[in-house]
Write a new protein. Structure first.
Lengths: 514, 514
């Protein structure tokens, strides 16, 4: 044990980190990333050790924000520091490294210590990497899903039968959820939809809907709204449902691996109490899942896991070779979705997709005819009425018209120098250009595709338009648009020949959105 | 690109880290652990991004020490910040995660970026974990060894034939190297011995020899000494030979995995230009390697790798069930070694071990009779003469006598409450008690074993003695000594019965010393 004087560093570590001088650390025989137990009066806490040769002087304990708050320490407090054993979860991480299949209790410990920030980046990375290398067994996926749900809050809506929808993502412009929730809600099904913000894509559902109404709602507020109007459309990150997910994503993202995809999705569904679920799997060379065979395998894993968690699950492999609809970017997509629900008119692919997916959910109840019913709900204006309710309850302006959405004032049209037919659209390029233009941060930024696959193009026709809030961002996006192939225009039969040169590597655009 | 005002944080990251406000990071579309390119006047640098919500304000770039130095930035400098691609090595780490066998060039990139601190902890951990999970191929081990040697300095001694020795460690009190170097040096062989400091053990060879002479020598000084007297005994960490090793150990240590053992050892041997090498593999239930079969397998891997690196290698499996000699702790061990070389007398196991290992090295030249010659060199006083030269050249006092060594003034003797024979000694407990007593930091701390395996014990005989510099450390060590079984004393045949209850788990004492 050693007595040290507290020094509040004013630094955020998001973990309980204490910075010790190297001398002091040696004195109590701890090394960086070992744990120490801190005692200050009657308060105790465990912290992860970092060491410094100069920044913290001998006799000082440098406290990062989280542990300082936990200990209620102020500068000058005398803190007792004891070497502590590593958390038991670390023993199980080491077992996982050694190839052991972990049981429910062991996985629960690891997820709990992840959520409580008791594990270092090295330890969490070893766990995630080992899961990736060994593959996760069906029992482990179940245990992870449960643990990730149980270590967060849950949305308890009593006896209601909860419906839910999830897309594994990977296709830009996919405003399906924003259309589906009002449709399904109008059909009388309960759908408390939590959604994500964009990580690597131009827009997440939360980013889109935020153009019409706030999405950072508290759990109690969500309950009230769903009890009143059947549905909501909120940002999952605001409600602390399955919080382990975000922490695992921070490890997976730089490594471009995704071993926790299934538990990540299903823990959230478990936390909202879903009974019926449709998983949208965009499929195609331009999507995350390349072939229908792969989509089937993935869907079966979701279905199997759903069974074990009491969630009746159906998978839907959808066409993912090009963006959904014409608009990409939060406000542009919100506008497109609003127009579809107001008029029943809009891009055919978008309407077809949402009625298919909504239909699958409605068929859980109606047995058949869901797709037709979904279309009827759009065309009758009931979906738009539900959308207005939704916007109103979440605190937005229900009378907002498409023109009220703030689209970036700076724009440029890219025109075709040849005539022909659009044979392919590069999703990765669309993402890259849109992000350069400012999405998802600048809600008005994005792209509008004037042409899509199969469309005839005359020389001089606009292929797509880029929007930005600021001129330099527009220029940045334009520079990229000029340097890469975004669309292939040619005679129908040129398609395969065109595909070869456009196989540019986009290692940055592994898309981790869930 | 964004222009930010430099703010020197006064923090050490040991990596080029720049702390951006979340807003600014979003603005240039970078996430934590992404890279940015910094430009200040004519200076450029790549940094790893961390983000903060408050600690760094919008418009500021918080610079950690390393990148601040590299950019020669001062507070208020205006720095241009561009998003940058991840280093190519990260692509190869991702390939390794995907199961690819990496080639020499790819491994070289990863090791280089490790040494230049261009990889985050998450990325390095993923690499080390993947190596551990997949196993490292023979070709990869060769490539790693070469890369780890080439990314550091090397000791070029011209045409001399270099001999070397290494122990994989794991047994406390092992002062073999400190005895072997003067013996082999006196025999006329060139042995520029680099050694390590303790990480988890009570003493490393560098810690021991430092009680007699400085070990932090520069490369040029080492050259001078070896050219003059054939040998040296220095701390490897001071000379920047194979610097990647230390960085990998920082990842391996908290995970208790060791996938880089072979390249770690052999890169250092390559860097000093070794031609002949003996690898000591302490073997036994109390050691790292449990059986002679395991020892053979490991030795064969070293031999095979040696062949590919041009180092003729012999393995030696040695008895590792109890400490070597009677002394544990830097000064106590230095004293024991000094006595052996001065008098030719001392613990039989220690003398037997060092003459065996030295003999193997000498047999590379003499073909046979090395062990006998080694013993002759001790008994003739030639080894002691060489030790005095060694101490003198490295800047110590060559006339130091055993009593000149500073042993901790606080001590306590642990006595036997029964009579019998010592049937086992628990190496882990010895380590734990010695470290609690202050080793390796307090050089005078440690233990002296009055009894070893097979020794007769009468009731009241001292079993072992604990030494410390400070009373509270002695008490801390004593508390541990009283709570765990250190030695088994019983009738000879009780041994197996005694072994069962002492199988206490010591998860903390995975011993990473190399």
């Amino acid at each position: 044990m050693i007595k040290l004087t507290a020094r509040i560093l004013g630094l955020e570590a998001e973990k309980p980190v204490v910075l010790l001088n190297k001398e002091d650390a040696e004195d109590i025989d701890v090394r960086p990333l070992d744990r120490v137990e801190l005692v200050l009066g009657r308060r105790k806490g465990t912290a992860i050790v970092n060491t410094a040769a100069h920044f913290v002087k001998p006799g000082e304990a440098g406290l990062y924000g989280e542990i300082a708050d936990h200990m209620r320490a102020i500068n000058g407090d005398v803190i007792q520091v004891f070497p502590a054993s590593p958390p038991e979860s670390l023993i199980h991480i080491r077992e996982k490294l050694a190839g052991k299949r972990l049981n429910e209790k062991e996985i629960r410990m690891i997820v709990e210590d992840t959520v409580h920030r008791k594990l270092s980046d090295i330890e969490m990375t070893a766990f995630v990497t080992a899961l990736y290398k060994d593959g996760v067994t069906s029992a482990e996926v179940v245990a992870l899903s449960k643990a990730m749900a149980l270590t967060g809050k849950s949305l308890n809506l009593g006896k209601k039968e909860i419906y839910d929808k999830h897309s594994i993502g990977g296709v830009p412009g996919d405003k399906t959820s924003m259309l589906l929730v009002p449709i399904v809600g109008a059909a009388g099904l309960t759908i408390p939809k939590t959604s994500s913000r964009a990580i690597t894509s131009p827009a997440g559902t939360a980013d889109r809907f935020e153009c019409l109404a706030p999405v950072d709602l508290e759990l109690e507020e969500i309950k009230r709204i769903v009890n009143k109007i059947n549905c909501c459309l909120v940002w999952g990150g605001a409600v602390d449902l399955a919080p382990a997910d975000d922490l695992f994503i921070q490890i997976e993202y730089p490594l471009s691996i995704d071993p926790l995809l299934l538990p990540s999705v299903m823990s959230m569904k478990k936390a909202v109490g879903a009974k019926y679920l449709v998983i949208d799997i965009p499929t195609g060379d331009e999507a995350k899942v390349k072939t229908t065979k792969e989509a089937e395998t993935l869907a079966e894993r979701f279905i199997d896991l759903g069974k074990k968690l009491g969630i009746k699950t159906v998978g839907a492999s959808t066409f993912g070779e090009q963006p959904i609809g014409r608009a990409i970017g939060p406000a542009l997509e919100a506008r497109e979705a609003l127009e579809i629900l107001m008029t029943g008119k809009g891009p055919e692919d978008t309407i077809d997709k949402v009625t298919h997916i909504a239909g699958i959910l409605m068929d859980f109840k109606m047995k058949k005819g869901g797709k037709r019913e979904a279309l009827r709900i759009i065309n009758s204006g009931k979906a738009y009425d539900k959308l207005k309710q939704l916007i109103d309850e979440q605190g937005g302006n229900p009378h907002a018209k498409p023109d009220d959405l703030n689209i970036g004032p700076e724009s440029v049209r890219i025109k075709s120098s040849i005539r022909g037919t659009v044979s392919w659209i590069d999703n990765h390029s669309i993402v890259e250009i849109s992000r350069a233009a400012g999405t998802p941060k600048d809600k008005g930024a994005g792209m509008l595709l004037h042409k899509k696959m199969g469309d005839r193009v005359r020389k001089g026709d606009t292929l797509f338009e880029i929007f930005a809030n600021k001129k330099y961002k527009l220029e940045r996006a334009l520079k990229i648009a000029n340097s890469i192939h975004v669309m292939g225009v040619g005679k129908k039969m040129d398609m395969l020949l065109e595909k070869i040169p456009r196989k540019v590597e986009h290692p940055k655009y592994f898309i981790l959105e869930r």
